[in-house]
Design a protein around this ligand. Sequence first.
Ligand code: ATP
Ligand code: MG
Length: 431
Amino acid sequence: MKYQRPKGTADILPSESAKWQYVEEKARELFKKYRYEEMRTPIFESFEVFSRTSGETSDIVTKEMYDFYDKGDRHITLRPEGTAGVVRSFVENKLYGPEVQKPFKTYYMGPMFRYERPQSGRLREFHQIGVEAFGVDNPTLDVEVMAMAVDLLKSFGLNSLRVAVNTLGDLETRNNYRQALIDYLEPFEAELSDDSKERLHKNPLRVLDSKDEKDKEIVANAPSILDYLTEDAQKHFETVKSLLNDLGIEYVIDSNMVRGLDYYNHTIFEIMSDSKAFNGKWTTVCAGGHYSGLVEQLGGPQTPGVGFGLGVERLLLILDAEEDALPIENPLDVYVVGIGDVTNAVTLKLVQNLRHQGFTADRDYLNRKPKGQFKSANRLNARFTLTIGETELQEQEANLKFMENGNEISVKLEDVENDFASLEKLAVEGE
Ligand code: ATP
Ligand code: MG
């Protein structure tokens, strides 16, 4: 019997995990500057947390949920996205209370699960880094969240990005637009994909998000929501655009853009990349927007929010295709070479001691001859080797070699243990 990982999942091996850590660390650094703090919510939630919020005609709810009944007959879902769980927690922990600073700003990172057809950049277990800000209805915050997403991508050296922006307006806007869209789409009903036929009357805005080529052709000429904005919605959108201009963030308006999730209103945005990782096809890496009803839907007081989710696998595909975008290193300061059995204990003590002093240190565990150990040291790109044989042990000394230029000095074990940093300098300079 051979075991394989489940379809659409990936093993992140040591050669890859350093990249993940790099991305996560960069994100944490940036979020700190914007004063967003991390939240860690469960990987699984009640089914309703997502079914109520993502939209009953969304792909997520209709096709992609990993849901099951647990042994206590509870309907559970592995989270397909981050926002609903964060909102559930926000409500449950009463983070809307008067003692909590507004906006309440938080970020998360972790695995998400969607039953999709796996392909490049589309997995069944994938990872998102996302942010949410709750509690103020100010378009300035929408813009700040967008700016943060752009900053994040730029911090990885990505420059060929497209920021697409749209508004879904308020409820009145959408009701008016909905009818206009139905009127436009009905004559094409027979030509629409099955999904879109189904959605045409239930949620026509979803049709705009169809990935079917024929559907895409049809919706290309659909009426624009921008012609249906109420005065309020118009004002919100105008502010967003003008602040984006003030910040010098380039963007395009895509009035046909909706999002895969139903909960958005007012500002929505996507950041796309035409990286060679996607064969130059503009692909969304980061997406988000403003929402008003989510907190209420999950039992809290009416509280607006805004956020984004970034697909980590897609970001890594871009970074992998870019030269030098991932400065990954796994430095080894000292490789301790022990010659003969008698040095086993002392070499172990030495690597431990060096680690405690803050250096990275390694040694041999295969009882190899010095030649083999030096080979390892070279392969691991060790900065120094520290060699100790029987004679050195007796003298309580060792040989310290700076690998870059071959300088060697004899050092006292006592000095190694007390202050390796000074010896390091001596060895670099040569005696
Ligand atoms: P798509 O239209 O590509 O299906 P979506 O609208 O379902 O995207 P969101 O729910 O907005 O995507 O998720 C935000 C980001 O998360 C996406 O832009 C993408 O980078 C990433 N993402 C979404 N689904 C997957 C997946 N199955 N595998 C890998 N990354 C994903
Ligand atoms: Mg999707």
